[in-house]
Design a protein around this ligand. Structure first.
Ligand code: FES
Length: 132
């Protein structure tokens, strides 16, 4: 099996068994965003303690790439400081996914990161950056 196959299998696994799926009761931050190309939406709820992401849950509708990216990102983000979350960028998400993506699938891949940043910026009043 090639490395590409392994990455694809991992994406399928995260799509079928998304980690940190669901919602949080009374989250410290919550954000919802959509992919303008298809209308799919992702919501992220965050629990913040002492400047760190203590817990994160996500929900919504999305394709395999968007849901897998959200699942992988959720594992990556729990335990990180808000500054570390702020520093995450598209390359980090693409590295997690590990496969080549065209421009349309790139929007899918970055939906979770965009949503996460909206949540974190909302919490701290940071200016939103364009991640696409
Ligand atoms: Fe909608 Fe990928 S097709 S997020």
């Amino acid at each position: 099996m090639s490395l590409d196959d392994l990455y694809r299998q991992n994406i399928l696994d995260h799509y079928q068994n998304p980690r940190n799926w669901g919602t949080l009761e009374q989250p410290d931050a919550s954000a919802e965003d959509s992919n303008p190309l298809c209308g799919d939406r992702i919501r992220m709820d965050l629990r913040i303690k002492d400047g760190r992401v203590e817990d994160l849950k996500f929900s919504g509708e999305g394709c395999s790439i968007s849901r897998a990216a959200a699942s992988m990102l959720s594992e990556e983000v729990i335990g990180k400081t808000l500054e570390e979350v702020k520093a995450l960028n598209r390359d980090d998400v693409l590295e997690l996914l590990g496969i080549e993506l065209g421009p349309v699938r790139l929007k899918c891949a970055l939906l979770a990161l965009k949503t996460l940043k909206v949540g974190v910026y909302g919490l701290q009043g940071w200016k939103e950056e364009d991640e696409s």
